[in-house]
Design a binder for this molecule. Sequence first.
Ligand code: NDP
Length: 343
Amino acid sequence: MRHYARLFTQLRQTMVQAKTWVLKHHFEGFPKDGDFELKVVELPDFKDGEVLLEAVFLSVDPYMRPYSHVRMQAGDVMIGTQVAKVTQSNNPAFPVGCHVVGRCGWRTHTVSDGSDITRVLADWPQDVSLSHALGAIGMPGLTALYGLEEVCAIKPGETLLVNAAAGAVGSVAGQIAKLKGCRVVGSAGADDKVAYLKELGFDQAFNYKTVSSLEEALKNASPEGYDCYFENVGGHFSSVAIQQMKTFGRIAVCGGISLYNVTTPQTGPYPHLTMIFKQLKMEGFLVGRWEHKNEESLKRMLTWMQEGKLKCREHVTVGFENMPAAFMGMLRGENIGKAIIKV
Ligand code: NDP
């Protein structure tokens, strides 16, 4: 009898198929539909210590574009994280029914040995969507928090500039700075995004695509300059913004999305003289540096969310099949808040 039960389990396991999105060939410039291929693969049997995961929400993030060149070969499954449900388990740390955040890539089903998955916070509230574990109560939220606290060491009363401010990281960064008693200026690429920033409590917000002069817009928003600058964009925006820093200003270089799809190397203007005369501090960072603080930080942000102090909008695309479109849409700026795929 046990023999048949084992056979049945094996049969069930071998029949699990996963849909995956593969990088057909490396992106050149802005990604195109033809760069992606949907493939169905059969999952291997899972062994002791392994679990079977079913994706519930998947994330599309800007880092996938630059990392595709350094972390991926043509033919690889696209990298990425997801919230998944454990549907079968040979690992007591991840019982059937629990939810995890996993670095599984763009795939509907995954066999994991547990090394690339983390359980979502214990006591995750029923009324908070698990998708936020990919956004404000996840990697982008942590990025915002660490950029402000660890890199900028922002203090009450200071003025912060944040660009891509209506996105996943920027919208959280601006709100945390407000919670810390700062003045916040945000820029975004659409009028409805600017309206959203004002709704979130940003002191000043402008559409960088429609202002006649970026320099004037930054000066008008804060005539005395900026103490801290949370940099998400790079390129031309950065060159202009650095000129508006106060003496001893701090710049957290989080991202440079305006450069991710360029095909020719960018040159100056170079910031050195401004940095010297204003004695600026500019530091690049990766969110993983403070991984040891993640649990405490996520709890802190979840509390803010539950208290209504941290608002977290999402831009949800339904259907795994639509992942490339959601990814390219996010790179084009279609999202307000975190870009999420609901399977
Ligand atoms: P967002 O949710 O902000 O989405 C990307 C946004 O970037 C778009 O909505 C668009 O908004 C803006 N954008 C796109 N192209 C340009 C352009 N050419 N110039 C200016 N803005 C542009 O993404 P995230 O919040 O997830 O990421 C924000 C930044 O943070 C990215 O640079 C990302 O790489 C970085 N990051 C860094 C991490 C780290 O550890 N260092 C971790 C996570 C993210 P708009 O309409 O306003 O132009």
